[in-house]
Design a protein around this ligand. Structure first.
Ligand code: ADP
Ligand code: MG
Length: 232
């Protein structure tokens, strides 16, 4: 087990009243799982993903990561855990526009204090893995959308995280590119044994990918289907 969530609830207070963005969620994720989180817009998917790694503080409940309770840890400790163990892929890629491909990918290593030469070498290696070795000095705007998303994947991978969190990573992509990115995530999951937790709207993704499917509705977990484990 890599991640356990117990009775997790997040309420937002809004001028119109309290919103239960996620409501009493229990979930166990094992190392090497490929988790697919689906649900209608506003059902709490992003909130769950952000809460999992301490980017928002849950109102109640517990999050246990690697046998350690992290929901009540200090911001400093949570940031350390995130930097070391997690990679994020967002729908809008969140690449830094004035940094080149390789510089964008070096960021997580720079945050860990790795020296510049090693940052460059490791970033180049991961860019080769995602098939972008020939684009390392391009700026994000000089890349196609699919290439930009692969840079985001490389950046999420470069520090060998144990978990990759992806919030609708194919949301902006056409069907062919979406499949390419999903296949990439599967490759990372299978070849590197990295746990992938992905929020998606894509019907293909939710039917063809992943061994644990979680469906949210109004902040509640309404379906939790365990399929054959890829990593028993
Ligand atoms: N910062 C916030 N303040 C108030 N309400 C929020 C905030 N963030 C999200 N919500 C509300 O919480 C619910 C869940 O949001 P979200 O997790 O973003 O849903 P999803 O990712 O499934 O579309 C929605 O009703 C949304 O409007
Ligand atoms: Mg969302």
């Amino acid at each position: 087990m890599i991640l356990q969530i117990e009775y997790l609830t997040k309420q937002y207070s809004h001028k119109d009243g309290l919103i239960n963005a996620i409501d009493d969620i229990n979930l166990i994720i094992n190392r090497g799982d490929f988790v697919i989180i689906t649900g209608p817009s506003g059902s709490g998917k992003s909130t769950l993903l952000l809460a999992l790694f301490g980017l928002i503080k849950p109102t109640s409940g517990q999050i246990i990561f690697n046998n350690e309770r992290i929901d009540n840890a200090s911001d400093n400790i949570k940031a350390k855990i995130r930097k070391k163990h997690t990679g994020f892929i967002m729908q809008n890629f969140a690449l830094i526009p004035y940094l080149t491909t390789v510089q964008n990918v070096m960021i997580p290593l720079s945050l860990q204090g790795v020296n510049k030469t090693e940052q460059f070498n490791r970033a180049s290696e991961v860019l080769e893995f995602v098939g972008l070795k020939h684009r390392i000095t391009h700026l994000p705007r000089e890349l196609s959308i699919g290439e930009q998303q692969r840079v985001a994947i490389a950046r999420a991978l470069v520090h060998n995280p144990s978990v990759i969190l992806a919030d609708e990573p194919t949301g902006n992509l056409d069907p062919a590119l979406s499949l390419e990115i999903l296949d990439f995530l599967r490759k990372i999951n299978r070849e590197k044994g990295i746990t992938v937790i992905m929020v998606t709207h894509s019907p293909t993704a939710s039917s063809e990918y992943g061994n644990l499917k979680v469906h949210l509705k109004d902040g509640k977990l309404v379906e939790n289907k365990e399929l054959i484990s890829v990593h028993p």
